[in-house]
Structures are given as structure tokens and as C-alpha cells.
Design a binder for this molecule. Structure first.
Ligand code: NDP
Length: 335
């Protein structure tokens, strides 16, 4: 049946301003890295996207290579967008990225102007969009001058292909240099997308003597959207009784066996007990925890079912932490 969005969709999830920009993002955003390729039923994908938007999750995050196979997540999203979401285009923030390996040959990876702009055109074609809201350089490329990569992002905006641009997984130092270039071009970077979770705290630490990534983004007026806040599912109840057959770890892809070490599982159990004391699931506490810093705009989650999505979005019911809770979490939240 045709999709009609829930009238109460803006009553639940809070929206947070992205750095010093005029844009706001939902505290919880949905990523389509896993669970939206050709290996997953389109109906499940549709159910997850519809429920997300009905809950106020206005931001869907994609990249050229999401699948499998690469490109299929954007193509599947394009199908569902055309059928369900076209009337709501202006109520959605849709992002894509280029940087990681996409196609064979020298123009299918990295940070060149050639790759970034041709990839963005292909992403727009697959999704059936005339622009994305945010386009990212997916990773730093030491083989390409930073000026060239930033120049391509600037062109993405001035040519009308993207409203805003961002960077992902750049160090604090490289982020400051990139923002200086972009300010000079008149297109400041909106946002940084780093990994961040209770088991992965690099964004809080300075690289050597310099400021941390979170200090840098705040000083540069940029927002932050934290990817894999559940450590790909480890920071949930998913693996407490073994490895479920339908889990990401069982699929043997990006969540490797090493992450399921006895040491990490002991941390997860310790954190689960703290979450229970707060009246939350561990997934909910893990999401609330990355949002405790005002420097972090949104928690970028994945979900393989509507039930997971609903559980995770429920994090917004309790985003506050006492100093005692934070100290108790610090005993287990080490990487
Ligand atoms: P998460 O850390 O949120 O992991 C999601 C996985 O955790 C799900 O697939 C599911 O695992 C499990 N899960 C989710 N919610 C629950 C729940 N409530 N209870 C139990 N288990 C749950 O994030 P992802 O690693 O999926 O990354 C999220 C997004 O971040 C990506 O889609 C992408 O948009 C972005 N990203 C960006 C990167 C970059 O380089 N910029 C890199 C990686 C991600 P299962 O499938 O086993 O059920």
C-alpha cells in the first residue's frame, strides 16, 4: 500500500544543530552500510526505512560502495525512495560518500577530483536524486593533495550536486587543515563522520601533542556524526549468549572474531549491568553515551530489523548521565 508518514513523527527524536550551521540532524540517524544490499529482502529494507522516518529519523546515510555488491544500497534506496519517500524529499537529509574502493582502475578510489565528482554523479543516478544533502570525502587520501580533494567538495556544492559537504575519518590535524582550505573557498565543511563508541574512543584523544578530534571540530564550527556507536552490534545484547546465526559476526564480514574476545565480552557484560540500572538496554545506553558530548550531533546507527531500530531510537528517552554513572562506565569503556 502507499506510504503515508506518521503525523506525530516530529514529537519523539530531538534535533540537534550541526556545529555552527543552520542545519539540524536527528539525535539518531540511520546508516545503510549493511542490511540494504542485494543480500537482504527489499521488504525488510522498506519496513526499516518507513519506521525510521515515522519515528523522526530524518537522516539516511549512504555511500557509493554500500551493498553488497557495491552500489546496490544506493540502488535499493532509490527504488524505495521513488515508491515511498519522494513526497517527503524536503523533509529528508540524504548523504553519500566517495573515497574507498568502488571500481577497478585508477579512477575508482581515493581523493582525486576525477573520482569524487564522477562517483557523486553515479550515486545521484542510482538513488534517483538531483542532489544529496551531504557529500563526504569518505577517507583521507595521502596520495592526493588536500587542496584537490577539498576543491572537488567545493565543486560538488557550487554545481548543485550537494547542499553541504563533510569528511570522514580524517585526523584532528588534517581536519583543521581541510577546514582552513574550505573556508578560503567559501564552502566550510559542515560535519565530520568518525567512528566512536564506548569501545573506540580515539576522537577524545589528541594525536600526539595536539587537540583531539572533538576539540578540533568544536573549534572549527563543525558538527560530528558518530558511526558504529554500537561497535557494529557488540555493544548490545546480541553476542552475550554466543554468536547468533543471523548476525553480522556470523556473516564473517566487517565484525571480526577478534572483537568478540573474552576481554571485550566481559566489558560488554559490565556495561550491560550499568544500562540495566538506568532502565535502558545496552544499545540505548551506548547511543546516549556518544551523545553526552555537545560536540557530537548525531549517533549513526545500523539496524537489521524494525525491532532493533525501535530499541535503538528509544535511547532518546534517557540521554542524561550522572557523574557516578560516567565513572562506572569508564571502568569498562576502554579500547
Ligand atoms: P552500529 O554500531 O549501530 O551496528 C549496527 C548493527 O548492530 C546492526 O546491524 C545489528 O547487527 C546490531 N544492532 C543494531 N541495533 C541493535 C539493537 N537495538 N539491539 C541489538 N543489536 C542491534 O553501526 P554500523 O556499524 O551498522 O554503522 C552505522 C552506519 O555508520 C553505517 O550504516 C554507515 O552509514 C556508517 N558508517 C560509516 C563508516 C565510514 O567510514 N564513514 C564506516 C562504518 C559505518 P546485526 O546485523 O548482526 O543484527
Amino acid at each position: 500500500d502507499p506510504y503515508v508518514a506518521d503525523d506525530r513523527r516530529y514529537d519523539g527524536v530531538p534535533y540537534r544543530r550541526v556545529g555552527e550551521s543552520g542545519l539540524q540532524l536527528p539525535a539518531v540517524s540511520l546508516g545503510l552500510w549493511h542490511n540494504f544490499g542485494d543480500d537482504k529482502p527489499l521488504q525488510t529494507q522498506r519496513d526499516i526505512l518507513r519506521r525510521a522516518f515515522d519515528l523522526g529519523v530524518t537522516h539516511f546515510d549512504l555511500a557509493n560502495n554500500y551493498g553488497p555488491p557495491p552500489g546496490s544500497a544506493e540502488r535499493n534506496f532509490g527504488t524505495l525512495f521513488a515508491e515511498d519517500f519522494r513526497p517527503y524529499r524536503d523533509q529528508l537529509i540524504i548523504s553519500s560518500k566517495a573515497g574507498w574502493d568502488m571500481q577497478p582502475g585508477p579512477y575508482g578510489f581515493g581523493g582525486s577530483r576525477k573520482y569524487l565528482l564522477s562517483s557523486l554523479d553515479n550515486s545521484l543516478r542510482r538513488m534517483g536524486l538531483d542532489h544529496v544533502d551531504v557529500f563526504y570525502s569518505h577517507r583521507p587520501d595521502p596520495a592526493t593533495p588536500l587542496e584537490e580533494t577539498m576543491g572537488a567538495l567545493h565543486t560538488a556544492v557550487t554545481s548543485g550536486r550537494a547542499l553541504y559537504v563533510g569528511i570522514s575519518s580524517y585526523s584532528a590535524e588534517l581536519t583543521a587543515r581541510a577546514q582552513e582550505i574550505m573556508r578560503g573557498l567559501g564552502t566550510p565543511l559542515l560535519i565530520h563522520q568518525p567512528s566512536y563508541s564506548m569501545l573506540n574512543r580515539w576522537v577524545e584523544r589528541g594525536d600526539g601533542s595536539g587537540p583531539s578530534l572533538l576539540e578540533t571540530t568544536a573549534a572549527e564550527g563543525m558538527g560530528v556524526i558518530a558511526f558504529s556507536p554500537l561497535a557494529q552490534g557488540l555493544l548490545t545484547d546480541r553476542y552475550l549468549g554466543g554468536v547468533p546465526e543471523d548476525s553480522r559476526a556470523a556473516a564473517g564480514k566487517s565484525l571480526s572474531g577478534g572483537m568478540l574476545s573474552a576481554e571485550n565480552l566481559a566489558r560488554v557484560r559490565g556495561l550491560a549491568a550499568i544500562a540495566a540500572d538506568r532502565g535502558q538496554t545496552l544499545a540505548q545506553m551506548a547511543i546516549a553515551w556518544v551523545l553526552r558530548s555537545p560536540a557530537v550531533t548525531s549517533a549513526l546507527i545500523g539496524a537489521s530489523s524494525v525491532a532493533q531500530l525501535e530499541d535503538s531510537v528509544g535511547a532518546v528517552a534517557n540521554l542524561g548521565f550522572t557523574a557516578d554513572e560516567l565513572a562506572a562506565i569508564d571502568e569498562f569503556a576502554v579500547d
